[in-house]
Design a protein. Structure first.
Length: 300
């Protein structure tokens, strides 16, 4: 039978409480017979219901409850210990404010082998706030705990990131080679598949067919250098931001690129024609269609 989490702490640190030290307001239980002390010196009496649950799991480790409460020093901060005890004892917790907080509490919960708090945190990680806040950190945690669905959700959210940016190197270094390769492959596959689609004559006939003639006479061949330059900058953009939400839009960002403007303004060179070479609306729609069919998450 698994021992309660505090039974894993060195009992040589325990002593009887004989002074009125600083008690945590949430955990002021006068009938507690086990009191946990954080690294800041805050005392957190164990709630009776948690004591009862722990006794069911391992009665011999807690004694008979006679005498003064036993204090156990725990090498965890106020925040980590309070949050972990709240989760363990089904006391409502405040919202998570950062992934650093989640990581610290998860590390302690895993070290002390407390599956209840881990499951509770797992459920919270897929909230929109945390999922979008730091998807790369979530991916690392999900892979560490072998949470397959969470890993897939996080992988999708990482498509907003440029994994080649040095700022992500410390987080990526926490991944195994297999899990890192899986994520890098997702980003690379989106980029390479997007390039193949942009080069497809079936999708972009005017730009990729050779030759392609203006409809004014059927003999004037289009000069497609503006399309090639536009494709090059789109390829670079999806490599930088694989989610592709900056491409195929009518205003802002890619719509303001010099290469995009040159492409939209390209005209037939035949004297007396001057018609636009490309249909802007149809091209933008096809770019979005290309992005929509790209792989969106890692493979199992």
């Amino acid at each position: 039978m698994t021992a309660p989490f505090y039974a894993k702490i060195d009992n040589t640190l325990a002593r009887n409480v004989k002074t009125s030290d600083r008690f945590h307001p949430v955990f002021s239980f006068p009938d507690a017979d086990v009191i946990l002390r954080s690294t800041e010196g805050t005392l957190l009496p164990q709630p009776p219901k948690c004591k009862a649950e722990a006794q069911d799991r391992n009665r011999s480790s807690l004694g008979d409850g006679d005498g003064e409460p036993e204090e156990i020093a725990i090498y965890e901060s106020d925040f980590v210990l309070e949050r972990l005890l709240r989760l363990l004892c089904s006391i409502p917790i405040p919202s998570w404010e950062s992934f650093d907080d989640v990581d610290r509490v998860l590390t302690a919960a895993e070290r002390w082998d407390t599956p209840g708090p881990i499951a509770n945190i797992r459920a919270a990680l897929t909230s929109p706030e945390l999922l979008s806040y730091d998807p790369l950190r979530l991916y690392v945690l999900a892979k560490h705990f072998d949470w397959k669905e969470e890993a897939k959700l996080a992988a999708t959210q990482t498509l907003k990131l440029n994994l080649h940016d040095p700022i992500h190197a410390p987080t990526l270094a926490r991944l195994s080679s297999k899990d890192l390769l899986s994520l890098l492959n997702l980003h690379r596959k989106r980029r390479d598949m997007f390039k193949r689609l942009l080069d497809s004559p079936e999708r972009f006939a005017a730009g990729n067919s050779s030759p392609y003639h203006c409809t004014c006479s059927g003999v004037t061949q289009l000069d497609n250098h503006t399309w090639r330059e536009f494709k090059n900058v789109m390829f670079a953009e999806i490599d930088r931001r694989p989610i592709g939400d900056t491409l195929g839009i009518t205003v802002g960002h890619s719509a303001d690129w010099p290469e995009a403007k040159a492409y939209w303004e390209a005209k037939c060179t035949k004297e007396g024609c001057g018609g636009l070479n490309y249909d802007r609306i149809a091209t933008l729609r096809q770019i979005r269609n290309c992005i929509d069919v790209l792989p969106s998450t890692i493979e199992d």
